[in-house]
Design a protein around this ligand. Sequence first.
Ligand SMILES: [Zn+2]
Length: 548
Amino acid sequence: MRKYFTCGGLFAILFLCSFYASYGQQHSSDDYTFTPEERPRLVVGVVVDQMRYEYLPRFWDKFGDDGFKRLINEGYLFTNHHYNYFPTYTGPGHAAVYSGTTPAVNGIVGNSWFDRNQGQSMYVVADSTVETVGAPGDAGHMSPVNLLSTTITDELKKAIAESKVIAVSIKDRGSILPGGHLANGAFWYDHDTGNFITSTWYMDELPDWVQDFNEQNLPQQLSQKTWKPLLPLQSYTESNQDDTPYEGAFGGEEAPVFPHEMNGSLSRIIGSPYGNQLVAAIAKAAVEGVELGSDDVTDFLAVSFSSTDYVGHRFGPNSIEVQDTYLRLDRQLADLLSYLDEKVGEDNYLLFLTADHAAVDVPASLVDRGLPGGYFNSDTAVGELKDYLDSIYGEGDWVISYKNQQVYLNRALIAQQDFSLKHIQQKAAQFLLQFDGVASTNTAHNFTSISYSRGLQAMYQRGFYYGRSGDVYIQLNPGWLDSSGHTGTSHGSPYSYDTHVPLIFYGWHVPHGATKKKTFIPQIAPTVTNMLQVQFPSGSRNHPLYFD
Ligand SMILES: [Zn+2]
């Protein structure tokens, strides 16, 4: 068996030599020459939803040779790669990977936020001006309009008009944000119909290859299946027992144990490894249908695997269900790689794989072991905050929303009453410190007037955008979740269990190696755009990564 993080042998050495031969010349010569025509035929961006870095070492012995092991043993692994902002959720994660910046610049401050102009919640990719394409219903009223800076994919399209950019995912935001503003198509799953759909932002009619894919009824077939473990149950020694009190069950199940029936449900399959199977299948259909990577014009395929996140939310990071989902993803990746070898050619594509965030252990499991953790009761805290503000400022609708551990104050009412917004923010921030699980609080006033250069407050500031973020931020203690359910897990914090994710570069002009240096998510986009010799995304000010 291949060893963890060791050199892939002669092949890797040869690869390294050829890499330095082609680039070394430019470094040593006075005559720097550009060869902009030298680009990969295809770039494949893979984002795995809720993938912790520790899954690589923990599941390593059960991976096959041709999935994660191939990527790591032939590619370049960043072992200390992190998100550098709060909040660590799916929308912000995909936006940061592809825009090379943080929510403070790209504006993607959550999966949803409170829209002060409309007086209601705004979903990250919602766009009421566009229509669904590919199904009835409003699941396609989506676009990248809320994304305030460009992406890797936008810059590729700006530089090379004939370049084709396709994004696919179960989740709309996992497809739309990677595709950027200029994608030829972003497609996501509609669980009412089982169709992959899009919106009129991109096109007025589904392309033939997507229609053909939908007509195969793969989701309907998968929904007839029973999810059984890939390996014998007793061999999942890296995870908990099958039945623990920390796992949620599917509706109608008596216990969270295998086998899990899909019950003909088009929505249940996305919470199982079958959702990833579906995404891998449409990714292959895109390569074929759009002829991605078929010529010297560089194309881009963005693939986001969301089922890992749904399974993690339900069963938690130490469940057999999560491990099984990763072992299957490993096989699904192996299959996708061999498909790309055949269609695009082994040396003709550049691939990176990362995650949009990681996840905390189930807090109840931490508590039961005497470890720090718990559940923050935001209903109680925000309810008491409202009473407190009423008692000081008189009866009023002072708090208009609470989202993402942020309190949104009624700025219009405060201005109308001629109170100081800064003062009320400070009062609320001070008041909230008394609740169980609260480590610290901070205010929008501070985020707009103080420049935090390091530490956790700097991470909060990188996630703060004045027009979309709240007025008072609550930082919970490590191991704490803002939730009432005691099964399954979530994410969102600035702590390493949520920020530490894998990053692997593989393929075209990538030498074999690994680094322990701390690197950050917004460095991915400048790295890729530099390799493609196109401009950095418009909000990105970060250093590219080095394969050293
Ligand atoms: Zn999630």
